[in-house]
Design a protein around this ligand. Structure first.
Ligand SMILES: [Zn+2]
Length: 271
């Protein structure tokens, strides 16, 4: 069941009517803008404009004759990354403002903001196209969590010909210490420096380090997807698909990569 919500223009806004006949039936110039003066039970009281000047003509038109602005919808999807889901759900109790980007080349033509925090929009999203009070948010907005993973970083098969781990996928601290002409305890000291605090060359980060075995992941098990055979790759893609992932190749020439995305409806429209 779809909800048909009526667009209600803000007072002072200039609007158009939807149909040619909406104008001709009322003997109004079809190019005229109408400025909303007030709202009543019959619809909107509008002033007919000539350019931006009122002509003096005032009439009442039903709300359903008014053409909603680009970007206005009776229901919306809000896409967000996993870390933002709770924040977005929190907006429902505050009311939500919808803004339309006028930069159509942008990848985010619509922006959502909590109503009590909507004073300072991003420059791209200057115009409010919709303002939904808290009481209506559950019917109007659906929240879709979108996960994006770069498959280059996924742990897959180690390279059996790898000269570092010899196909085991793991390397030892001892072997690394030998290569660097340092002691194991020296390496451990460098690993213990918090990266954010120092950002120095001294810091050593080893992926998937295990205290117990003093081993870490070899770089060769990353990026394995790229070198997998076609049928093995297809098998994995199918496996992931059963978990809701859509896997695709992003073709950017030499910077091409594989990624997988998954959309989960966190909160559906209430009926
Ligand atoms: Zn290796």
């Amino acid at each position: 069941m779809t909800l048909s919500r009526q667009y209600v223009p803000a007072i002072g806004k200039s609007v158009k009517m939807r149909l040619f006949s909406d104008y001709t039936e009322r003997n109004i110039n079809v190019w005229a803008w109408l400025r909303v003066h007030s709202l009543n039970s019959d619809g909107a009281v509008v002033q007919v404009l000539n350019g931006s000047e009122p002509t003096g003509e005032v009439l009442t038109i039903p709300l359903n004759t008014i053409d909603p602005p680009i970007g206005w919808k009776s229901q919306y999807d809000i896409y967000c990354e996993p870390a933002k889901v709770e924040t977005v759900l929190g907006w429902f109790a505050r009311g939500i403002v919808v803004r339309q980007s006028h930069d159509m080349s942008g990848s985010m033509p619509t922006a959502f903001q909590p109503m009590d925090n909507s004073e300072q929009p991003h420059w791209q999203f200057c115009e409010v196209t919709d303002a939904v009070p808290a009481a209506d948010c559950a019917k109007v907005f659906r929240v879709v969590k979108i996960e994006i993973e770069d498959i280059y970083d996924m742990y897959l098969v180690p390279d059996k010909d790898c000269g570092y781990c010899h196909g085991t996928g793991r390397r030892t601290l001892k072997e690394l210490a030998n290569i660097r002409h340092e002691s194991v305890s020296e390496l451990k000291r460098k690993m213990a420096i918090p990266f954010e605090r120092y950002q120095t060359n001294e810091h050593l980060h080893l992926d998937g380090y295990s205290e117990e075995t003093e081993t870490f992941e070899c770089h060769c098990i990353r990026g394995g997807f790229h070198t997998l055979g076609r049928s093995k790759r297809a098998k994995l893609i199918k496996e992931w698909a059963s978990l809701g992932w859509d896997t695709h190749y992003v073709n950017l020439g030499e910077h091409s990569y594989w990624e997988r995305t998954r959309e989960t409806v966190v909160k559906d429209w209430e009926v």
